[in-house]
Design a protein around this ligand. Structure first.
Ligand code: 6GU
Length: 231
């Protein structure tokens, strides 16, 4: 899978994308990630990428010219991906990122992520955009952190990125329940005890206990997930 990120802060990405699971996925050739500086695409002699909004008002708006140039450039080799390309605008006005959306994006051969900024982005870039995505109901200063969240979340569903496929299937949200509590050694730590059932070796009882824990946690902490569950 090819991911191209278009941003005015390219330096933000290396520490996150160069670590942990994403780093390994890139090294294994499962992901190819390129980060592009929007300023490299401006035709302005001063490398300007933003301007004041028509109609007045506070802040600056990202201009269409560098964004069109950048998207057209990274899409040039899109035919190499059988033309299957999603241009995703990261914006608080987008559809919320969720497990089903991440799973859908994970089977797209080419993702182009546009990081919005300032007061906004010229509305005409929408003719390039195939989806707008938000990571939650709060406003961040830019689309960079959301783009990193999206890459991390999508990467987990790219086959081979996570060692055992079971891990993504059993986790929170996949089945609509929060995860059950986990413990490791020692069995007693500062008089805090691991539940006896987990030490019992009785796999039937353990499975039953975990299911019960997952259900009661979901009911207590995320009753909204209970209502969304398919019967
Ligand atoms: Cl995608 N962008 C910004 N600027 N703020 C956000 C967001 C995106 N998602 C949640 N808040």
């Amino acid at each position: 899978m090819q991911i191209d990120i278009i941003t005015i802060f390219p330096e933000m990405f290396a520490p996150v994308l160069g670590a942990s699971l994403i780093k390994r996925a890139v090294q294994a050739g499962l992901l190819r990630i390129r980060v592009h500086d929007l300023r490299d695409y401006t035709s302005d002699p001063h490398r300007k990428v933003d301007d004041r909004p028509y109609g007045g008002g506070p802040g600056m708006v990202l201009m269409p010219q560098p964004i069109f140039a950048a998207v057209e450039d990274v899409r040039r080799d899109c035919s190499a991906h059988a033309g299957r390309c999603e241009v995703v605008l990261m914006t608080p006005q987008g559809e919320s990122l969720s497990t089903p959306l991440a799973q859908q994006l994970a089977i797209t051969p080419h993702l182009v992520l546009l990081c919005g900024h300032y007061e906004g982005i010229d509305e005409r870039v929408k003719v390039l955009v195939t989806r707008s995505v938000s990571i939650g109901d709060y406003v961040l200063t830019g689309g960079e952190l959301p783009a990193m969240v999206l890459v991390d979340c999508v990467a987990r569903y790219v086959p081979g990125v996570i060692g055992h496929a079971q891990a993504t299937e059993e986790e929170s949200f996949a089945e609509g329940w929060l995860e059950y509590p986990q413990y490791t050694r020692p069995a007693s730590f500062r008089e805090l005890e691991v539940p006896e059932v987990l030490l019992s070796g009785d796999h039937g009882r353990i499975a039953q206990w975990r299911k019960w824990q997952a259900m009661s946690r979901t009911l207590a902490q995320r009753p909204d997930l209970m209502r969304q569950r398919q019967p």
